[in-house]
Design a protein around this ligand. Structure first.
Ligand code: SF4
Length: 351
């Protein structure tokens, strides 16, 4: 989409990088800011004024929703595998470090959304958030766009959902509670695995998985059921049966209403970045990945089915479901894990 949907704040002088903006976006496209605090060091925020924030998902999409709101582009959570990386290329921005540090902020998103929701043409359809990049990434701590967005949706009793890895969502707990009283809301937190070493390198800007599960627990305790998107399950790094068990068990203990596994996919933009990371951190796996993802962005169906079946079986075993939402759970400690080969053939023997 590049910048056709965005207009500059009139008369607002840019604080930094005006010349660079001119090169990147055209003569007077954006206001650009940096903040000299440890949290935002090395990051640049491109503030834009959007004409529209309700985006229609193309009909051919595999997504189960039709409308989205994305107040940010780029994401400081910096997940190496992030499929949204390639959307930065549409803005003539770098899909690697640039995606992690050059954040586009639609500073007027709350008021534009409120105006669009009030339009007679708007039919009150479900609005999904966090589907492109995380709306509770670090920038949200400063720009505080989500309270206005949630309030606008609540005032119009418009159903919505949020998917996030950000613990910042708990800042808006009161607003979410109020929204849940007037409309259908769905909150999901993404936790693909618990492995601390893997987390630090592959999702370096995100809160730790345990902190995300605390979000699930806290939401449940406040009567807001929260599902977990167990994503991504990363082949050969987080798909061992013992790892899957530990993760599902922790998700259950947090009181999640559901768990949905999703195997890593590697679309263009993310694929190059992920494979470079793999070569640096796990070089012995590069050949196996080239074979597993030889057909394209997705792992083979047999592999996806196997992960889905294993996670669903574990979810049943640990009793994950709406009836247990928010309930404190006592779950017996994990048994020593059987070796992968004892449980079923490893993927190594199958590809
Ligand atoms: S939190 Fe989501 S949007 Fe942000 S980098 Fe990670 S996968 Fe991408």
């Amino acid at each position: 989409m590049r910048w056709e949907n965005l207009t500059v704040e009139s008369g607002e002088p840019a604080e930094h990088g005006r010349a660079a903006d001119a090169a990147l976006f055209g003569a007077d496209a954006v206001a650009t800011r940096t903040f000299d605090t440890p949290e935002f060091r090395g990051m640049t925020f491109h503030e834009v004024r959007a004409r529209s924030v309700l985006n229609r998902v193309p009909g051919a999409s595999r997504m189960p929703f039709e409308w989205t709101v994305n107040p940010y582009r780029g994401c400081s959570h910096a997940c190496v595998y992030c499929f949204a990386r390639r959307t930065h290329a549409y803005l003539d921005l770098d899909t690697g470090v640039g995606f992690d540090t050059q954040i586009v902020v639609k500073v007027n998103a709350p008021e534009v959304l409120r105006r669009q929701l009030a339009s007679r043409r708007w039919q009150g359809e479900h609005v999904a958030m966090g589907t492109n990049v995380d709306c509770y990434q670090r920038a949200e701590g400063r720009y505080r766009l989500m309270p206005g967005i949630i309030s606008a949706l609540t005032d119009h009793a418009n159903p919505f959902s949020i998917l996030t890895k950000g613990t910042l969502i708990l800042r808006d707990l009161d607003l979410l509670t109020r929204a849940a009283q007037v409309t259908d809301i769905g909150i999901s937190v993404s936790v693909g695995f618990l492995d601390a070493g893997l987390w630090r390198t592959v999702e370096p800007g995100t809160p730790a998985p345990e902190r995300r599960l605390e979000v699930v627990r806290t939401l449940g305790e406040h009567g807001i059921g929260c599902g977990v998107l167990m994503a991504p399950v990363i082949p050969f790094l987080s798909d061992d049966p013992a790892q899957l068990r530990d993760t599902v068990r922790a998700i259950a203990a947090a009181g999640a209403t559901s768990v949905t596994p999703l195997v890593l996919h590697l679309r263009p933009g993310a694929r190059e970045w992920f494979m470079a990371w793999l070569g640096q951190h796990h070089p012995h796996l590069v050949r196996r990945y080239e074979r597993l993802y030889a057909e394209g962005a997705y792992a083979p169906r047999w592999y996806q089915r196997r992960i889905t079946r294993q996670v669903h079986e574990l979810a049943r075993e640990y009793g994950i479901g709406p009836a247990r939402a928010g309930a404190a759970r006592r779950i017996r400690p994990a048994e020593p894990a059987p070796s992968p080969t004892a449980a079923e053939p490893t993927q190594l023997t199958l590809i």
